[in-house]
Design a protein around this ligand. Structure first.
Ligand SMILES: [Zn+2]
Length: 317
């Protein structure tokens, strides 16, 4: 159900040009309007989508369906979109570019000793995009490190010296912190916390029933299905442990290996935070990243030329 506020704010949104919408989607005019639209609607069911996801979708609908007359295309793109299913929202290319620009401008201000970031490889945008989806506490040191490696520099610090290595580590930790402080480059670190309601955030009531779905290689996964597969492998874990595996945000393909389950079995007495640290260390030490899809794989899933079997299959087709 909507009311006259919805109607009025929708007209306001239509009166803005696209550039202005894109520039102020996270902060300022567009965000305020869209927040009022979201709040003015009565929902029969709480939206299963994150607030920032709803914001972007409203802007996309206004731009493409109402102004661009592309209703069917947008419908196809939004409904069943794996990114929405997995993360609760989508990132539009313009949004990623705007945020990357913010990152880039800032990044050059922290580099020391004449070092300068001069060129962005295509892969770094992809890595950056992936990082935008990471929930703050899951932001891994290794992933940030990979992003920085994929940038070309002038006067790059020499990481084979102790001093250079320390400098590099400093950059990685500063960038990681910046992601957190700016909420993935959507706000300035000094901005006060947003006062818009958080009620659209995905939330699960008591931890017993989970409708959460992950799409991986076109397979739809639920905690239930994961549990069944683990049992088929002969693994015996409680529901709570299986939920903890799920919450580690690592690929199901990796979870369903003797290596992972064995490691998890040894570590499962630890607190959640400790467990996550240990598993991250395991990922760094025991897995490799496929050069094509960038997914972490066990070494025996990766060929000599550094790509995984799934990517190899795709190339053959
Ligand atoms: Zn691959």
């Amino acid at each position: 159900m909507y009311n006259n506020v919805t109607h009025k704010e929708l007209l306001n949104l239509l009166s803005m040009d696209n550039r202005e919408r894109e520039d102020t989607i996270h902060k300022g005019k567009c965000r305020n309007i869209v927040d009022r639209i979201i709040e003015s609607i009565r929902y029969r069911q709480q939206p299963k989508m994150k607030e920032k996801g709803l914001r972007i979708i409203i802007v996309v609908i206004v731009r493409d369906c109402i102004e661009g007359d592309l209703e069917n295309e947008v419908f196809d793109r939004l409904i069943g979109c794996p990114e929405i299913m997995e993360h609760g929202y989508i990132l539009e290319d313009w949004d990623v570019e705007n945020r990357f620009q913010k990152f880039w401008d800032w990044y050059n201000t922290i580099l020391e000793n004449e070092m300068k970031a001069i060129h962005v490889k295509k892969l770094s945008i992809k890595l950056f995009r992936d990082l935008l989806y990471e929930e703050t506490e899951n932001l891994l040191w290794t992933e940030v490190n990979e992003l920085l490696i994929q940038i070309e520099y002038q006067n790059r610090c020499d990481v084979f010296t102790q001093e250079g290595e320390n400098t590099w580590k400093r950059y990685v930790s500063k960038v990681r912190q910046r992601f957190i402080d700016t909420k993935q480059f959507t706000r300035e670190p000094e901005d006060p916390e947003s006062d818009s309601p958080e009620s659209y955030e995905l939330e699960y009531s008591d931890g017993s029933i989970h409708y959460e779905v992950k799409i991986e290689d076109n397979v739809e996964w639920t905690v239930e299905l994961l549990k069944r597969k683990i049992e088929e492998m002969g693994g015996r874990f409680t529901d709570k442990d299986i939920q903890r595996m799920w919450d580690l945000f690592i690929r199901i393909e990796l979870i369903l290996t003797e290596d992972f389950l064995g490691t998890f079995f040894e570590l499962m007495g630890l607190s959640y935070e400790k467990l996550k640290d240990e598993i991250n260390e395991w990922l760094t030490k025991e897995t490799l990243i496929c050069g094509i899809c960038r997914n972490r794989k066990l070494p025996d899933m990766i060929s000599d030329i550094g790509q995984c079997k799934i990517c190899e299959q795709k190339e053959l087709l």
